[in-house]
Design a protein around this ligand. Structure first.
Ligand code: SF4
Length: 275
């Protein structure tokens, strides 16, 4: 085959790939107006993916931590139409949250805290629930722990508004206690829908209570942190909650969190920073 014939053959093959991707609304040429995919997986597929790591006693295979998920294709764009559609869908959920009375946490809360950030974020941070400052402002992670989280996000080379920040429960548990399993279960549909809409490439789950609720595992954060988990094919990195780091402000703890975040940066293809 001559060079010209080879080039023509390559061009033909590339064109076929692009046409196929276009037809599927895939990553090479994103299709306009493609409906939001729902990342629910059939029970069989969930069970199959969970087989790689034996579920601890009492943990359903469908929700158990698994080995690191296969890398997802990075988002190639922030199409204004996609952003607007996702923003509207998230605002609709926020309105539902603000009027929700599905669990007892509503009674003691000033403002529900739906979450905030880029509706098409590549990275989501998920904590356990609002604290006093968040309850007053109706915004997530705005107190001292939030300031530390902001610094961590900036250290990753990102801006707060580029990521999406949410919590497992949207109303403040009294006295900043961890949410009960019943409260987390009552609020779960909101977080699930937020994840489905945003379609993050990576989730960072902050702290023991959030990791247990999100991953449905009894394993504590000290053992879990730094090891990739998976939720519906989305890689999840558990790490210490910023409030814990502030309480135990040691070089070791700060180093552990930074190590975890560097794994996230690597997964997202973000430029490596100096330690
Ligand atoms: S914590 Fe969640 S489920 Fe409970 S009242 Fe608030 S929004 Fe509703």
């Amino acid at each position: 085959m001559t060079i010209n014939e080879t080039v023509r053959s390559l061009v033909r093959a590339t064109r076929q790939i692009i046409e196929t991707e276009r037809a599927l609304g895939g990553a090479v040429l994103p299709a306009q107006g493609t409906p939001l995919p729902v990342i629910e997986r059939p029970a069989a597929a969930l069970a199959e993916s969970a087989e790689s790591v034996a579920a601890p006693a009492g943990v359903s295979a469908a929700h158990a931590p698994t080995a690191a998920a296969a890398p997802r294709a990075p988002k190639l764009h922030s199409d204004p139409a996609v952003l607007a559609r996702k923003a509207a869908a998230l605002e609709a959920i926020a309105q539902e949250i603000r009027t929700c009375c599905c669990c007892g946490l509503r009674a003691g809360c000033t403002h529900a805290v739906p979450g905030e950030g880029n509706p098409d974020a590549r990275l989501m941070f998920i904590g356990e629930g609002p604290g006093a400052d968040e309850d007053l402002q109706g915004r997530p992670f705005v107190g001292r722990a939030g300031q530390l989280l902001n610094k961590q996000i900036e250290a990753m080379g990102l801006k707060r508004e580029e990521v999406f920040i949410a919590n497992v429960v949207k109303c403040r548990p009294p006295g900043n206690r961890p949410p009960t399993p019943e409260e987390a279960a009552a609020c779960w549909p909101f977080l699930k829908r937020q994840i489905e809409i945003i379609e993050p490439e990576v989730i960072v789950v902050l702290g023991n209570a959030a990791a247990k609720a999100l991953l449905n595992t009894p394993i504590g954060i000290t053992r879990l942190r730094g090891q990739w988990q998976e939720l519906w094919g989305v890689p999840v990195m558990p790490t210490f909650h910023p409030a814990y780091v502030l309480r135990q402000y040691t070089v070791e703890n700060r180093r552990r969190v930074w190590d975890d975040l560097q794994k996230v940066m690597e997964r997202l293809g973000l430029p490596k920073k100096k330690d």
